[in-house]
Design a protein around this ligand. Structure first.
Ligand code: TNX
Length: 514
């Protein structure tokens, strides 16, 4: 009752201050350290964005583009704050400690402005993603809104636990247009992930133009699961995806799956088949039935051409060569093929990555196996870690976002079990695989296979809220990611943001939605 005596103005100010402060507590992924300080900074039509260094201009533009829409403010980008100027948002590539590395940042907010400091543009970008969550959900709107654009007074110190925070997307089983992939990249960036693994080829479709083998896309790209028309990226379109990702500090990891999962290639070129006859196109969902012809030399000319062209289009250091489920060849054939394929990747200046079967031929330590079994046991992976191979952790029982949430989920598969939001969060990528130390883990990666997914809405449904959960496991310190009860509260506060973003998320009953 005592509160009734407060003036309306101060009650409103207090109200907004406390809801601001709650935003600090609800950031996903949770930062290394946050401290609520005093009063915050209100973004107004006077606010400018200061970039002290031209290397910060790209992030400055991203931030300006992002904030101009909902606020309707001009938000000019300027090089230096004039002396005694009103506050603004400063992006600084100085004064961040070494501790935050290349991707971390410090963020400070007081009444005179917001300052983000980092050692590299990627860190500024991560800081901008945090700033986004310090503003009200209306900041996600695609048109001007009236809102209180006050950033709460805070000091944040933040950097990632793992260097690799990835998300895979299968564009082969169902094809997704360039714009859908861009949207996917935006979701990665929003939760501080930094690798997009594009599964570009499979039995049902070949999705990347290869100039030296044009029928791969003409024929192999012409359909998809269920018999739809499929599609593919021209080399220019692929470059466009790569560039869009780069602007968001996301590295594209292209996957060309081999020697299995190659029916689309075998249907495009007769000479790739051992019997010299083209396969029929395939639009079902079986796995493990196809293989390149191990004994033919043209197979390796084909692999060399494909890897060369993909390597030339890809600035990132990795090429993923699949290697999963080659069930119609012997282990001996598999190992012979993989040794040659791994060498071809190296010859074209890239680091070879593959599903963890790639360990078959016992490759050198530069090869990265991506662990994908459900459960936590794979002795060959533990052995590889002992020998120095680094590992990407994608256990199907937690990180396969194409698994159903529960029995009645219409989309998705269930071969690795059901994956609730809690299940997605409830594992530690650093210690999960039996016999593998955290020091051998590059980081977690989610997988999104698209046998049952046809639209961006479908993708969103499987991604949210589970992707942000695993993104947090990749970024945040393990001392802060072992508390599901607190996480479910924080994650639920993202709901209003997703509503405004028009994301088709799954309203899991495990989360206390507002
Ligand atoms: C297994 S996991 C596959 C994919 C399927 C997926 C469906 C792996 C390396 N291969 O070919 O799409 O299961 O969940």
């Amino acid at each position: 009752i005592g509160t009734l005596s407060f003036g309306i103005g101060s009650a409103a100010a207090q109200g907004s201050e406390s809801s601001d402060t709650r935003r600090v507590e609800n950031i996903v992924p949770v930062p290394v350290e946050t401290e609520v300080t005093g009063a915050g900074y209100e973004i107004t039509d006077e606010t400018a964005i200061y970039v002290g260094d031209t290397s910060a201009t790209g992030v400055g533009k991203y931030l300006a583009d992002f904030l101009r829409t909902p606020t309707g403010y001009e938000l000019p980008i300027v090089e230096q704050p004039p002396r005694g100027a009103a506050g603004g948002i400063s992006l600084r590539l100085t004064g961040a400690s070494d501790e935050v590395g290349e991707e971390g940042y410090r963020l400070q907010v007081n009444p005179s402005g917001v300052t983000i400091r980092a050692n590299a543009p990627a860190g500024l970008f991560a800081g901008v993603q945090t700033l986004r969550q310090l503003l009200p959900p209306a900041v996600e709107a695609d048109s001007a809104r009236a809102a209180d654009w006050t950033v709460p007074g805070v000091q944040i110190r933040d950097y990632p636990r793992f260097a690799h925070r990835g998300a895979h997307l299968d564009v082969a089983r169902h094809f997704f247009e360039v714009d859908d992939v861009k949207q996917y990249i935006d979701y990665l960036a929003q939760y501080k992930a930094n690798h997009l693994h594009l599964h570009l080829t499979d039995d049902q479709g070949w999705r990347i133009e290869i100039e030296s083998w044009p029928k791969l896309t003409e024929i192999g790209g012409s359909t998809e699961v269920g018999g739809g028309e499929g599609g593919f990226y021209t080399q220019d379109e692929y470059r466009e995806i790569v560039e869009y990702a780069q602007e968001r500090f996301v590295t594209v990891v292209p996957e060309v799956d081999m020697p299995g999962h190659t029916n689309a290639a075998l249907a495009s070129y007769a000479e790739l088949n051992c019997d010299g006859e083209r396969e029929d196109l395939y639009t079902g969902t079986q796995v493990g039935f196809s293989s390149l012809c191990i004994d033919k030399e043209i197979t390796y000319e084909f692999v060399d051409d494909v890897i060369r062209e993909v390597a030339e289009l890809t600035p990132g250091p990795y090429i993923h060569i699949g290697g999963d489920e080659a069930h119609v060849i012997t282990d001996e054939e598999y190992n012979y093929f993989m040794e040659r394929a791994i060498d071809i990747v190296r010859d074209h200046g890239k680091r070879p990555l593959g599903w963890h079967q790639i360990l078959g031929p016992d490759p050198d330590a530069d090869v990265i196996p991506q662990y994908w079994y459900p459960g936590n046991e794979a002795p060959e992976v533990a052995e590889a870690a002992q020998k120095g191979n680094e590992i990407i952790a994608s256990p199907a029982s937690h990180a396969y976002l194409d698994m159903k949430y529960h029995e009645d989920t219409e989309l998705g598969l269930d071969w690795a079990g059901l994956t609730s939001v809690k299940e997605a969060y409830d594992w530690d990528p650093g210690t999960f695989i039996e016999g593998v130390d955290e020091s051998s883990i590059m980081g977690p990666e989610t997988a999104l296979w698209s046998e049952t997914l046809e639209t961006l809405d479908d993708i969103e449904f499987m991604l949210f809220p589970r992707f942000p959960a695993i993104a947090e496991l990749g970024w945040s310190p393990d001392t802060k990611t072992d508390d599901w009860e607190s996480f479910r509260e924080r994650l639920a506060t993202q709901g209003p943001r997703w509503d405004i973003q028009d994301i088709n998320y799954y309203e899991s009953s495990q989360l206390p939605w507002a």
